[in-house]
Design a binder for this molecule. Structure first.
Ligand SMILES: [Zn+2]
Length: 421
């Protein structure tokens, strides 16, 4: 597994750019990190769902990334991530991408054949009993029953990941892409012990994963802060990091294997816990953010005033009118309180300042409205339908939008997670 060529760096940030207009402004945030002495590698991620809603192709993400890298003279690696792909959706991403998030969440809990479970348990006597994790004062205690049960729950999903991995490998060649396995889009979180057992299975399946995205406990709604027990998250996250170090040492997985945090953006309250675990274990992290850059486009348009502000209001009005339809595909990852959504009439009377301060996510800011933010987050379909009209205004207001995009990504995500401030 070690002779692969493409290797993901220790620190990386996944960035979404729905309309493929902000790659330069996003890369600028990585340049700022570099100027502060920390290499954070950009990975442009876009899912099949996003491409379908926008009506775009993966090649457009690649072109935007390549152009930004060229324009800014970025010399470090960068990648394009086929986000949450399956065997059914991977095909259109094969040319443009070099990072694949293999989503097998739908296969969790599908009972594995008894013979597979028997074989797995037999191959892993070292998992039974007490496992002391380096760097923590906690140990895992795994009984034969636990091991069988966990194998039964996850082996089918891991087998599926192997199937998808091999399909990509056949098309692109081993070592020409970064494989990630994701299990986050499911109902129940995976414990650190389960993560360790899953990693043993992934190694057995021969998938040289460089990142793994478990589901953590708590809620990771799109574009808003974490909801859950921050202290518990911190303990589990540290154990996950320790479990990964153990898996690298014992199962022969790539040495740069790290957690991929599918944050959905803006998980400000858990960023300090993530940073402190990274420091304590000298561990890397892939922080995947959602397409919230599109909200910075709206903030920039609103800040610009005039036609920009008018369009931002129009988008809100239409998103409000179509809120049920727009929210449906994201029902499990948003929590909108309808009573907190201002009427479009009210928003029509807003100043630039009123619009931007309701939408911009500044912790503790009185005017910030998380319901409005989530509705607009899923409302990108409205802007997509406007086509050129929306894109022309993006281009006309590039400077003010870029400032917001860079500042949001750097100040609110990269700096707290990777620089600890
Ligand atoms: Zn995810």
């Amino acid at each position: 597994m070690e002779n692969r060529s493409l290797k993901l760096n220790k620190y990386s940030v996944g960035i979404g750019d729905r309309f493929a207009h902000q790659a330069k402004a996003q890369l600028q945030a990585c340049m700022k990190a570099l100027a502060s002495g920390v290499e954070v590698i950009p990975v442009w991620n876009k899912s099949n769902r996003e491409h379908t809603i926008i009506g775009s192709e993966p090649a457009s993400t690649r072109q935007a990334a390549d152009a930004a890298v060229k324009a800014l003279g970025w010399k470090l690696p960068y990648f394009c991530d086929a986000d949450h792909i399956t065997l059914e959706t991977v095909r259109r991403f094969l040319d443009a991408c070099d990072f694949y998030t293999i989503d097998v969440a739908d296969f969790i809990g599908r009972a594995a054949p008894e013979a597979d479970i028997d074989g797995f348990v037999k191959r892993h006597p070292e998992l039974l009993g007490r496992i002391q994790l380096e760097g923590t004062d906690e140990a895992f205690q795994i009984t034969p029953e636990n091991l069988r049960q966990t194998a039964g729950k996850y082996l089918t999903a891991v087998k599926k990941a192997g199937e998808v991995y091999r399909a990509i490998e056949k098309a692109k060649g081993a070592g020409n892409f970064i494989p990630e396995v994701s299990m986050d889009e499911t109902d129940s979180a995976q414990s650190p012990v389960e993560l360790l057992i899953i990693l043993a299975a992934i190694a057995g399946e021969g998938i040289p994963i460089q990142t793994i995205a478990p589901k953590f406990s708590g809620r990771f709604n799109k574009g808003v802060d974490y909801i859950g027990d921050v202290a518990q998250f911190g303990r589990e996250f540290a154990l996950d990091v320790a479990a990964i170090a153990y898996a690298v040492g014992h199962f022969g997985l790539p040495a740069n294997l790290k957690l991929s945090v599918h944050s959905g953006s803006d998980k400000f309250s858990i960023y300090p816990a993530i940073h402190s675990a990274m420091k304590k274990f000298d561990a890397g992290v892939h922080l995947k953010t959602a397409g919230t850059t599109w909200l910075e486009e709206l903030i920039g348009l609103a800040e610009a005033g005039g036609e920009g502000l008018a369009l931002a209001k129009e988008i809100y009005a239409e998103a409000y009118a179509r809120r049920e339809e727009l929210c449906a595909p994201y029902a499990t990852v948003i929590d909108i309180d309808p009573a907190r959504l201002p009427s479009p009439d009210k928003v029509r009377g807003w100043t630039s300042e009123q619009y931007t301060s309701a939408l911009r996510h500044v912790r503790g800011a009185a005017a910030y409205n998380s319901s409005l933010r989530q509705l607009l987050h899923v409302g990108f379909k409205v802007a997509a339908k406007m086509g050129r009209r929306y894109l022309d205004l993006l281009e006309a207001n590039e400077t003010v939008i870029a400032k917001n995009v860079t500042e949001n990504l750097y100040d609110r995500h990269i700096a707290p997670v990777f620089l600890g401030r």
